[in-house]
Design a protein around this ligand. Structure first.
Ligand SMILES: *[C@@H]1O[C@H](CO)[C@@H](O)[C@H](O)[C@H]1NC(C)=O
Ligand SMILES: *[C@@H]1O[C@H](CO)[C@@H](O)[C@H](O)[C@H]1NC(C)=O
Ligand SMILES: *[C@@H]1O[C@H](CO)[C@@H](O)[C@H](O)[C@H]1NC(C)=O
Ligand SMILES: *[C@@H]1O[C@H](CO)[C@@H](O)[C@H](O)[C@H]1NC(C)=O
Ligand SMILES: *[C@@H]1O[C@H](CO)[C@@H](O)[C@H](O)[C@H]1NC(C)=O
Ligand SMILES: *[C@@H]1O[C@H](CO)[C@@H](O)[C@H](O)[C@H]1NC(C)=O
Length: 277
């Protein structure tokens, strides 16, 4: 039994978890997604507005969400706008770099539904799934690095005391390599980086550390680096020595775990060992 820590700027929730990510709701939907259940993580709504004052905004949200959902069967990232002036909506989605287009489409479909149902009266919203992220706003969010608001989740279980220094050292090294690769590497898709390193967690001698980082492809390499460095600062502050952690921000995300968590669907997971075997 481990515990999931959830941080949302002003509140900290502690939620019981039976195993890694098992709390994250399994949204098992259409029959064709049976083998690829989606994992809802979180949604965020801000900037409440009066629907009666700006009905056009709501209509434009609907149009955009449908547009993005249809684009998601052919692309892992897309940005678009609808409307003009105070009714203008900006939206984008990003699918995790290692998932298939079918899962991406399914994920955006559900993320759109989550925002429709839960953020109706808001003008700045984001839905996070393990497999994808979908945002819309009344101001431009394109090509703009945004590290806030971020959320973090981590295991309550820490690595054992005698292993922390080795763990921290290797994790820091892995994270440093992943940032550079996500920001400036020639990755496919762009700004998507995964890697692994071995470490001693103390529980069972040597184990592997798995890491993943991704930025939205519309930001520059140095903005990607900036966002991910902030995410590293966040896990170091809030998730120090935890067996796994996940930081989600509008422009980037970071995860690591001592158990494998990445899909090996399509394209195959680009493995890069950053440390000795
Ligand atoms: C977005 O909406 C918020 C709240 O409704 C409002 O305060 C803000 O001025 C709007 N921004 C733009 C660029 O229209
Ligand atoms: C929304 O605006 C309408 C018309 O301007 C007003 O009558 C109504 O009270 C407002 N609703 C809220 C919740 O502020
Ligand atoms: C998507 O964002 C880019 C900036 O990254 C912008 O140049 C482009 O116009 C946007 N696409 C649409 C359809 O708004
Ligand atoms: C959010 O939307 C989903 C539909 O995607 C719904 O099942 C869920 O109950 C909603 N959550 C909240 C907190 O309203
Ligand atoms: C750390 O201590 C535990 C027992 O407390 C032991 O089982 C484990 O092998 C030790 N790990 C290392 C890396 O020394
Ligand atoms: C250690 O790892 C081995 C191989 O993965 C596994 O069979 C064994 O159950 C593990 N032991 C503990 C205490 O986790």
């Amino acid at each position: 039994m481990s515990i999931l820590l959830h941080h949302s700027q002003t509140t900290s929730l502690i939620i019981l978890l039976s195993s890694f990510f098992s709390l994250l709701k399994f949204v098992s939907c259409d029959s064709n997604s049976q083998n690829h259940p989606l994992h809802y993580i979180h949604h965020y709504c801000s900037q409440e507005y009066n629907l009666t004052d700006n009905p056009g905004f709501h209509d434009n949200v609907d149009i955009l969400l449908s547009d993005l959902t249809s684009k998601s069967s052919g692309s892992s990232f897309y940005n678009s706008t609808a409307g003009d002036d105070h009714e203008k909506v900006y939206a984008l989605y990003l699918c995790r770099g290692d998932i298939s287009s079918q899962v991406c489409h399914n994920c955006i479909d559900h993320a759109a539904q989550t925002l429709r149902e839960n953020c109706t009266d808001f003008q700045d919203t984001t839905a996070y799934y393990e497999e994808c992220m979908l945002r819309y706003s009344n101001h431009s969010i394109f090509a703009t690095e945004q590290e806030l608001p971020f959320r973090f989740w981590c295991s309550v279980k820490k690595v054992s005391d005698n292993a922390t220094s080795d763990f921290n050292q290797r994790l820091t090294k892995l994270m440093g390599w992943l940032v550079d690769n996500a920001a400036f590497g020639n990755t496919t898709p762009i700004h998507f980086s995964t890697g692994e390193a071995n470490t001693k967690t103390g529980d069972n001698g040597t184990s592997w550390l798995y890491g993943l980082m991704q930025c939205t492809p519309d930001i520059t390499g140095s903005d990607c680096q900036k966002c991910l460095k902030a995410a590293i600062g966040s896990y170091q502050e809030f998730c120090a020595e935890r067996m796994w952690a996940m930081i989600l921000a509008p422009s980037c995300q970071l995860r690591y775990n001592t158990s494998p968590f990445m899909k090996t669907e399509k394209p195959a997971m680009p493995k890069s060992s950053t440390d000795g075997k």
